[in-house]
Write a protein that binds this ligand. Structure first.
Ligand code: GLP
Length: 233
């Protein structure tokens, strides 16, 4: 695990965007695992700005989002589908057929999870996956207690996660469940970049730095991966 301390949020966003853009420059067909949340917004902003200058960067890229809320329409303002359209997809030349997000409104959510894993495999597996960090150590929506061999599935969200994400649901109806890539799905990615910033992440960052490996701390599964970069500010 390589640690990189960034001076502030701008520097962290810049470093993350550069990793993503370099990966696409080296291989435009890269298969990317992409996060949502407040943390990656600055990274996406920079990626979009760079792609405006050099417009074809996403033309051949394939993306898979880490997770999506269950039980809300894709067009819901709080959905990760909406987040990705607003923060990346609508502003780049990605082919919508290559931009995958689990469908939390699918009639059969378990079948949707199986289908999602198959789509990742059919694309050749994830090359490079970006992750945020939950204040309780979750990655994607893999909450404490998740076995490290878990794959894409439906999960119940913890109260603390629902509270943390409540600002995205102006109507007060925060979803109770989500579809998430599993920890094993994430660990199959050839390279992983974790982004973490802010006071609320301080304890989780220190716990990750301690080297402790425990299912009670999902991010610690990353210690078992050979190519992880952690960007902190
Ligand atoms: C959410 C997402 C995670 C994200 C985390 C941190 O619950 N499912 O993928 O990493 O929260 O979000 P933020 O960056 O807003 O702190």
């Amino acid at each position: 695990m390589i640690w990189q301390r960034c001076e502030d949020y701008d520097a962290l966003s810049e470093a993350a965007a550069q990793i993503l853009l370099d990966a696409l420059a080296a291989n435009p067909r890269r298969v990317l695992g992409l996060p949502t949340g407040r943390t990656p917004v600055g990274m996406y902003r920079r990626v979009v700005a760079a792609c405006r200058r050099e417009y074809h960067c996403f033309r051949d890229a394939v993306t898979f989002n880490l997770d999506e809320y269950a039980g809300i329409a894709r067009e819901h303002p709080g959905s990760y589908f909406t987040f990705m359209r607003e923060n990346l997809f609508d502003a780049t030349d990605i082919d919508p057929r290559n931009a995958h997000i689990p469908n939390g409104a699918a009639p059969d959510l378990d079948a949707e999870c199986v289908h999602y894993e198959r789509e990742i495999a059919a694309a050749g597996g994830l090359d490079l996956t970006f992750l945020g960090l939950g204040s309780n150590g979750h990655i994607a929506f893999n909450e404490p207690g998740t076995p490290f061999d878990a794959r894409t599935r439906v999960v119940a969200l913890t109260e603390s996660t629902r509270r943390a994400n409540a600002p995205l649901f102006a109507d007060g109806h925060v979803p109770t469940h989500a579809i998430t890539m599993g920890i094993a799905t994430i660990l199959d990615s050839r390279a992983i970049v974790l982004l973490a910033i802010g006071e609320s992440k301080r304890d989780a960052i220190e716990r990750l730095r301690s080297g402790e490996v425990s299912v009670e701390f999902p991010a610690s599964a990353l210690h078992g991966h050979a190519d992880v970069r952690v960007l902190v500010a």
